[in-house]
Every structure is written in C-alpha cells, then in structure tokens.
Design a protein around this ligand. Structure first.
Ligand code: 13P
Length: 342
C-alpha cells in the first residue's frame, strides 16, 4: 500500500478551501429527479446533464473532486472527449461511487444495509486503471421508534471499514459516508446522540480493519433536528451540535470532514457550513468542507429543464453554488451572496 499517495490525495481533496461535488446519483435516482421536472429519463439525457455539470467554466476554482457513477465514468462529451479527461483537464480529481445501494436489512424492519463488497476488489482495480483516485460508499441510518438498532449500526460500520480497506489496497482514498437521515420528528439532541454512536462505531471498525486514518475522508451528516421536529434549530445551534459531536467521535488523524447535504436547501447548507467554519475553523483538527450533491446541483437542474438553451444559465447557477460553499469553508459566506446570483 502506497501510504504517501493516499495521504497526498486526501489532503489535496480538502485543501485550498475547495470541496467536492457529488454527481454520483444512480440512474434510478437521477431518473426520479428528472421525472419531477418532466425531463426525459434516458441515458442520453443523463449524459447531457452530466456534461453540463463537468464543463462548467471555472468549476475547478471551488471544486477539488467530483464523484461519478459507473455509467458516468465511462461516458464522453458530445464531441467524444472522455468525461475523465474533461475533469482532470479542469484540475479536478475524479472519484467513483462503488456501493450498489442500501437494501432492506434482514431481521431489522425499517433499516438498511449497504451492499457492494462482493467483487469490489476487481471493480476498484478497474476504476483505478480508468484514473479514479478516490471512492465513495454510503451507509444509511434511520432514526425512528426503537431504531437505529445496534445490529444495523455495527453491520454498516463494519461494511464501511471493509470497503475502506479495499480502497486503500487499490490506491484509492475512501470517502466513508455514514448518513443519519434527516427524515423524522427527532430532536437535535437525538440526532447528535445517534450520530456520535454511529461515528464511534465506524472508527472502531476502521481501526480494527487496519484502515489508515490519514488516508480517508469522512462524509457525515450535519447534526440537525428531524424534518418534522417542532423545535427547529438556528444555524449556530446546528454548528455547535455538529462540531461537538465530531470532536467526541472523530480522531484528529483524519485530514478532512466533508459534509453531505442530505436534502437541506442549498442556502441552508451553505449557511450552516459557514457557521461551522466561522466558529470552529481556527481550532478544528480537520478541514471542514462540503461534498454536496443536491445542495449544489438542484438549482441548476431546475433551471436546465433538459433544454439546450438553458445550459449556460444552469452552469452559472451551479458555479454560484460552488462559490457560495467555497466562501462558507472560509466563514465568509453571507446572505448577500444570494442576491448577486444570476
Ligand atoms: P446530498 O448532498 O444530496 O445529500 O448527496 C450527497 C451524497 O453524495 C449522497 O451519497
């Protein structure tokens, strides 16, 4: 295992106040988002949309890495240029989602286990040969009556750790993503307790599976009250609860924490990331950055609507969101940035 290569890649991904853009929706998930906007759900439309995203001029100024999906990593621009070349030419590191989805977990009603370990060693080798330098695996934890269970947390944590070990063997930096969902009526405190328990179990397993902590990136949820909790929280309360939970759970050896957006609005995700950095950047042991899908893409997707004539406007909106999140990494995002958008 080339430890230095892993460490260098992980550091580069979280350096220079940049963050990650996730465009790794599976085809069914991408189709669902297209369907809501009445965009045709075809492979060509998905290709056209991903071309729009990765050819956005200036994207590399705010984005260090892009997470692709198996279909997308093999695609080309309309003019035949491979997507992988477009991305690397923009100074952006390409990565790949390698889990095959969260499936109902036997004996655990309402809970899921993420699959994809079978054959993973061979798939990782192929992706590495194609030029991918990091990977992603998402485990999903739901808060509800009597859940999450110990069985679900442990199984997902061990699976994440085995994935991470295989990635490092293949020379890819694993993004370790245990997502505690926002859906539910739980409080901010309950989310903090569950997230801490999940992260502590994940790091125990990463340690047991001999994963090099300096060569991973953690992709957690922010600590948030459930969507239907009557008591919502200020951005400052979210920042404090999130960082307190992370400080209690994540070893300082980890170079970076890149939050997922999880269905928050684009503006809220930026405001919360900003508060996190404004209050804690100076004394945080890790870079605190973003790895958003919806919170960067959604406004651009809504503007595009599948129409060629909207491509430039959609790219401007995408770049604006990337810029807002770049500013949020520095604690310099303001609401006024939203008024200047195109
Ligand atoms: P969201 O930012 O839309 O939650 O997506 C992040 C991601 O990569 C999910 O795995």
């Amino acid at each position: 295992m080339n430890e230095q290569k892993l460490i260098d890649t992980a550091k580069t991904l979280v350096a220079s106040d940049k963050g990650l853009l996730a465009i790794d929706e599976s085809s069914p998930t991408c189709n669902k988002r297209f369907a809501k906007l009445e965009i045709p759900q075809t492979e060509e439309c998905r290709r056209t949309y991903r071309e729009l995203l990765i050819t956005t001029p200036g994207l590399g100024e705010f984005i260090s890495g892009v997470i692709l999906y198996d279909e997308t990593i093999r695609q080309q621009k309309k003019d035949g240029t491979p997507f992988m070349q477009v991305i690397t030419d923009a100074g952006i590191i390409p990565g790949i989602k390698v889990d095959i989805g969260a499936k109902d977990m036997a004996g655990h009603p309402g809970e899921t286990i993420t699959e994809g370990l079978d054959g993973l060693r061979d798939r990782l080798q192929e992706y590495a040969q194609m030029g991918a330098r990091f990977a992603k695996w998402r485990a999903v934890i739901t808060i509800g009556a009597d859940i999450p269970s110990q069985g679900c947390i442990e199984a997902n944590a061990q699976t994440l750790a085995r994935y991470a070990a295989l990635c490092q063997e293949a020379g890819l930096v694993p993004i370790v993503e245990p997502e505690v969902l926002m859906a539910g009526a739980h409080t901010l405190e309950q989310c903090g307790e569950v997230t801490a328990k999940v992260l502590q179990t994940v790091f125990q397993q990463l340690y047991t599976q001999r994963v090099l902590l300096e060569g991973i990136i953690l992709k957690p949820n922010m600590v948030l009250p459930g969507l239907t909790c009557p008591q919502q929280a200020s951005v400052e309360e979210v920042a404090d609860a999130t960082v307190q939970c992370l400080l209690r759970s994540v070893p300082a050896a980890v170079p970076g924490i890149a939050f997922l957006s999880g269905g928050q609005s684009a503006e809220l995700a930026s405001a919360r990331l900003n508060a996190i950095n404004l209050r804690f950047k100076a004394r945080s042991p890790w870079a605190l950055t973003f790895s958003f899908a919806r919170a960067i893409q959604q406004p651009a997707l809504e503007l595009w609507q599948g129409k060629e004539s909207n491509v430039l406007a959609a790219q401007q909106v995408l770049l604006h969101r990337a810029e807002c999140n770049g500013a949020a990494r520095q604690g310099k995002y303001t609401e006024a940035m939203e008024w200047t958008k195109v």
